[in-house]
Design a protein around this ligand. Structure first.
Ligand SMILES: C[S@@+](CC[C@H](N)C(=O)[O-])C[C@H]1O[C@@H](n2cnc3c(N)ncnc32)[C@H](O)[C@@H]1O
Length: 245
């Protein structure tokens, strides 16, 4: 059953200077669906502590393609070190996440940087389901780092297609995640077991989906996107796709 609630309870939180987004989205009623709950209210507090150096490298692997002033959206940003890296490179960054806890951690990281450098970084933060973001054909780059693996395949494909629709013609689409198992039997089995171990933990902690590892380049091709590049980092990969011109 879909429950409709007062806008005041569910409207996205917008900070930064982007009135067009806020006007468009705040006036709509939002559906109260399971993924609008803060599923990271607990895991969000230690999520980043468990992150390896390989994951950190994977998250920023394709961000050097961003040019200053380009518009970049991070879906399911989490603590957002990657989004901060993009903003430091001069990109016009928007981050979207359903989790209040995760966005508070992101803000904490921004505040730490502000204290260290004395200069605030401007980032537009939106607390919303990414499917509610309707700024079509606005972005030069869409980033989904360790985001799409949270969902079962039908939703994952829908989200990837939605992200592509938010991009301008020729927009880059970046997915950092667990690499699809390749190579000899041992490396395929160990990668698969590793993934299922992590997925099971987050199924318990956050109700995330448990499914086989996704082959994102193939998913991109099936949606009509180009696959430009893949970079590997100890069991993770960053896949660079592009919306056709
Ligand atoms: C596994 S974490 C990934 C965080 C980060 N991008 C990273 O690189 O680790 C998934 C994030 O997606 C957010 N999320 C889940 N469903 C979402 C949705 N429908 N729209 C926006 N964010 C969502 C969660 O709150 C969480 O912060």
């Amino acid at each position: 059953m879909i429950t409709y609630v007062e806008e005041a309870l569910w409207q996205p939180i917008c900070t930064g200077s982007w009135p067009s987004f806020c006007n468009g989205t705040m006036q709509r009623r939002m559906r109260k669906e399971p993924y609008m709950r803060d599923k990271y209210w607990l895991a969000g507090h230690f999520y980043e502590v468990t992150t390896s150096a390989a994951v950190k490298r994977c998250r920023v692997a394709m961000l050097d393609y961003l040019q200053p002033g380009e518009k970049c959206l991070f879906a399911g940003v989490g603590h957002g070190e990657d989004a901060i890296y993009a903003a430091q490179r001069g990109a016009d960054v928007t981050v979207v996440d359903t989790s209040k806890t995760m966005l508070a951690k992101f803000q904490h990281n921004l505040d730490k940087l502000h204290q260290a450098n004395g200069t605030p970084l401007a980032v537009t933060q939106v607390q919303s389901d990414i499917l509610e973001v309707a700024n079509y054909e606005q972005y030069d780059m869409l980033v989904a780092n360790f985001f799409l693996n949270v969902f079962y395949r039908d939703t994952m494909v829908k989200l990837l297609d939605h992200l592509a629709q938010l991009g301008k013609s020729g927009a880059k689409i970046v997915i950092g995640d667990f690499a699809y198992p390749e190579g000899n039997l041992w490396s395929r089995v160990s990668q698969t077991l590793f993934w299922y171990g992590v997925a099971t933990i987050y199924w318990v902690l956050a109700g995330n989906a448990v499914h086989p590892i996704y082959n994102y380049p193939e998913e991109m091709k099936q949606l009509g996107l180009l696959v430009l590049e893949k970079k590997y980092f100890d069991g993770y990969w960053s896949v660079l796709g592009q919306k056709r011109i």
